[in-house]
Design a protein around this ligand. Structure first.
Ligand SMILES: Nc1ncnc2c1ncn2[C@@H]1O[C@H](COP(=O)(O)OP(=O)(O)OP(=O)(O)O)[C@@H](O)[C@H]1O
Length: 242
């Protein structure tokens, strides 16, 4: 589904945080949102997810204006928030029930396999590595069957190697997911590796200062090592706060 964010501005207690944010995201696109800490990235995701409502501007999904809680977005917050007393499978099923969805055992088994989680389906989250737990959290979010995934620093708490493994994995399954994905990250390499486009946030109040089109790249670790100039350009833009 397409997502248009039109002139979105938001303040907390009269202090402007976001100003005139404009983004046009095409169906199936993977875009990253990168910006300095505290610039309002989570606020924007919360506006989309319907939990922050005091904003100006409009959000459109497939040309329809949406407000508040709506059936288009699945939101994965920074922490995995899994229940340690439920197995992997039960965590996913419980989340489905909370969202009033029914999922067949067959479909669940298929998704567990795509996510490389079949062997741990009967295990408890605290028996798994951090990377595996994040996969469970991502699968749980994805199975809510919304068309647009909002991922807020999903790999933020992981060590470098686990993080790289998950990036490789997400790059390999993203086509099978068939979703429009908006990823918030602090990590320039993560954004370069995974995205069709990168939106850079900056200024005070925050707006979109730049967007980079990477849709013609062939993402690989080799490609990434050759992107020194691009990485430096993004880094410089992130330093320009005003
Ligand atoms: N509920 C709130 N009430 C008042 N101020 C808030 C609230 N939520 C966020 N803020 C402020 O708004 C600004 C943007 O916060 P937000 O969490 O959206 O930024 P962020 O870019 O996601 O940060 P980070 O990268 O550190 O996660 C910050 O200055 C924050 O302190």
């Amino acid at each position: 589904m397409s997502l248009f964010i039109n002139n979105v501005s938001c303040s907390y207690q009269d202090k402007p945080v976001l100003s005139q944010i404009n983004m046009q995201i095409e169906p199936g696109e993977f875009v990253s949102l990168i910006g300095p800490s505290g610039c309002g990235k989570s606020t924007l995701l919360n506006i989309l997810a319907g939990t922050v409502t005091n904003y100006e501007g409009t959000i459109q999904v497939n040309g329809q204006t949406v407000t508040g809680y709506n059936p288009y977005f699945a939101y994965m917050p920074q922490e995995d928030l899994l229940f340690n007393w439920k197995t992997v499978e039960e965590n996913i099923q419980l989340y489905q029930r909370i969202h009033k969805l029914q999922v067949s055992q067959e479909k669940l088994a298929h998704h567990l396999q795509v996510f490389g989680l079949s062997k741990v389906a009967k295990q408890f989250p605290d028996e798994l590595s951090g990377g595996m737990k994040q996969r469970v959290a991502l699968l749980r979010t994805m199975m809510v069957e919304r068309d647009i995934l909002l991922l807020d620093e999903p790999f933020g708490a992981l060590d470098v190697m686990t993080r790289q493994g998950l990036k490789d994995w997400l790059a390999s399954v993203r086509t099978q997911l068939g979703k429009t994905i908006l990823l918030v990250t602090h990590d320039i390499d993560e954004a370069l590796y995974l995205s069709d486009r990168i939106f850079i946030m900056g200024g005070s109040p925050t707006t979109i200062t730049e967007q980079l089109d990477l849709s013609n790249r062939q993402p690989s670790r080799q490609w990434l090592t050759e992107q020194g100039d691009l990485r430096y350009t993004i880094y410089q833009k992130l330093q320009q706060r005003n």
